[in-house]
Each structure stands twice: as structure tokens, then as C-alpha cells.
Design a protein around this ligand. Structure first.
Ligand SMILES: [Zn+2]
Length: 326
């Protein structure tokens, strides 16, 4: 048995000791984004970079395309004009707050407008998604309803819903996958029918893996080609059968629902995906082995690379903006 490494974590006092000034934030950000070698965001130049005459610190000048830039040029961290310290605090909060952070709470802590805090949080949540890998080996999958209490439904009612792909009317369905001892992926789904759920599994789980599910009809035939499939018969009150159970992914739902109930309060289907991203990211066990400062660096890089504008964040995505309560 290999012993799990204990990752280095720190409290908020230590965060401000590490980043006491904007200068310290700039130095860290430049190291994280450029590894000591400024890159022109306009043309990609790395050689002909200088400091413009009479320039402020951390301002650069590209002699190739003759434009100015800093480590935040072209990123939302630049366009919103909040101090870098506020961004680092927001990222830190999202990474460490067990039940998440609300825009209301953050706006009080940073002494900024609610809308600003909301925007910063959604930007960080957006960066929590890492689509570049598949889950593997042994995974648990399950679906849940936000706003509905499927787990509290009678078996008869659940049976009636199973396979219909409709779920509870007016509720938002979320599908989740958890690798044993590893990462979590979760996403809102339009339907919980066979095509949707098995399509999501094919997209996010490596072929050859073992997939554990409950006995929802949508998972039938999952073991036919790509996967080894085991299921527990929740409809017959069976919850664990040897290695086969879905307790891991169900604990993700428990934390997600506690975050919605206790912290976020109002979550609309339109923005649900990002809240789900945040919860899944925090619960990925792989993350527990990574030092907090390295996780902050990873998120900063992704925030810089995935530039979603306020217009994109609030654009109509076909989903309701009405809040769902639990
Ligand atoms: Zn340039």
C-alpha cells in the first residue's frame, strides 16, 4: 500500500503573508504564466521584449508588433480591473471552502459590488473544468435532480421515472462520474435517458473501465461492448454488493446539495453547470494530493486561457434563469 502524500495547505492569514502586496502578486503571476520569460500576448514574440521607457513595473513592450502588455493583458483579470490580490483570494476561496463561496459573502469580504464578486466567482468556476482527460479503471456513475429529492421518492415512483428519461418535471438533472480514489466529473444533462447517459459515459470514461451504477434502466447494456458493468439494485434496497456500489458519487451529490442549500442558496439551471464544476473540482481526490499553491497556479493558467466574457457568461443558453430551490 502506498502512503498518500499529505498536501501542503494554508490558511487565509498565510495567503496574505505570501501575497502582501500587488507587487508580490505580479511576481507570482508572471512566474506562473511565463516561467520568467515574458511572451507577447499579441503576436507570441519572446525574444524582442523590453520595458517601455518611463514604464511602470511589470509593463512590457514588444518590439516586434510594437504593443504594450502585462501578464494580465487579454485576460479577464485585466478587464475587470480588480486588484490581483482579490483574484488570488477568490481562487483560494473556491479551492478551499468545503461548501463553496457565495457572491454575497465574497463581495463583503472583498468590499466590492455583488455583481463583481459574482463575475469573478463564475470565471473561476469556469476554469475548474478540465476536459482533457478521461476517467478510468473503476468508476461510479449516478444521476441526481437538483430541486428534486429523487432519493426520497418512493420506489414505485422511482421505478415509474426510471427509463422514461424525464426525471422529475421542473427539476434540473445532473449526471456525475467519480473515479475510485481519483477525479470527479459532473454536468447538467437535458435528459436521463439511455442515449444521453451512455453517451456521457462514452465521452468521459476510458474504454475497458469497470462502471458501477444503480439499476436505472438507462444503464442497461452498458457492459455489452466497451465496459465491465456492475449494478446495485437500489429498487430492491441493495446498496453495496462487494466492490460494487455508488457511495462515492452519492457523497458528491450530498456535498453539492449542501453547498446549494447552505451557501449558494439560489442556483438557476442556466448557471448550474458552473456550480457543479466547482463542487466536482473540489471533490476530486486527485486534488487532495496537490499543494494548495500549485492548485492556485493551475487555476490561474486556466482562467487566463479560457477567456469567457460577461456577455458569454450571461448569454441565453436555452436554460431557465429562474432559480431552483431544494
Ligand atoms: Zn508582439
Amino acid at each position: 500500500m502506498s502512503k498518500k502524500r499529505i498536501a501542503e495547505t494554508f490558511g487565509v492569514t498565510q495567503l496574505y503573508r505570501m501575497f502582501p502586496t500587488e507587487e508580490s502578486c505580479w511576481q507570482w503571476l508572471e512566474a506562473v504564466r511565463w516561467n520568467g520569460q515574458p511572451v507577447c500576448p499579441h503576436c507570441g514574440e519572446v525574444e524582442k521584449i523590453g520595458n517601455p521607457p518611463k514604464s511602470k513595473a511589470h509593463h512590457y513592450w514588444c518590439r516586434s508588433c510594437r504593443k504594450h502588455f502585462t501578464a494580465t493583458t487579454g485576460t479577464v483579470m485585466h478587464s475587470r480591473r480588480r486588484p490581483l490580490q482579490d483574484w488570488l483570494y477568490t481562487i483560494y476561496s473556491v479551492l478551499t471552502a468545503r461548501k463553496g463561496v457565495s457572491a454575497m459573502q465574497l463581495s463583503k469580504e472583498l468590499d466590492c459590488h455583488y455583481r463583481t464578486a459574482w463575475y469573478m466567482l463564475h470565471r473561476v468556476r469556469e476554469a475548474c473544468v478540465d476536459e482533457d482527460f478521461k476517467l478510468r479503471t473503476v468508476v461510479e456513475v449516478d444521476e441526481t435532480y437538483i430541486g428534486g429529492k429523487r432519493r426520497n421518492m418512493s420506489n414505485a415512483k422511482r421505478k415509474a421515472l426510471a427509463g422514461t428519461g424525464r426525471g422529475a418535471v421542473g427539476k434540473a438533472a445532473v449526471f456525475g462520474i467519480r473515479e475510485r480514489g481519483g477525479n470527479v466529473k459532473a454536468m447538467p444533462v437535458e435528459s436521463t435517458d439511455k442515449q444521453t447517459l451512455q453517451g456521457a459515459i462514452a465521452e468521459h470514461v476510458e474504454a475497458g473501465s469497470t462502471v458501477y451504477t444503480d439499476d436505472h434502466g438507462a444503464y442497461e447494456g452498458l457492459g455489452d461492448v466497451l465496459y465491465t458493468h456492475g449494478s446495485v439494485k437500489h429498487s430492491l434496497q441493495e446498496y453495496v454488493n462487494g466492490m460494487c456500489h455508488t457511495n462515492g458519487i452519492e457523497s458528491v451529490w450530498a456535498v453539492l446539495k449542501r453547498s446549494i442549500n447552505g451557501t449558494w442558496h439560489h442556483v438557476s439551471p442556466k448557471h448550474l453547470a458552473r456550480y457543479v464544476n466547482e463542487a466536482a473540482f473540489r471533490l476530486s481526490e486527485g486534488n487532495c494530493e496537490v499543494d494548495t499553491i500549485d492548485r492556485m497556479a493551475a487555476l490561474v493558467r486556466r482562467i487566463a486561457d479560457r477567456r469567457i466574457s460577461l456577455e458569454e457568461l450571461t448569454a441565453d443558453n436555452g436554460l431557465s434563469n429562474e432559480v431552483v430551490s431544494m
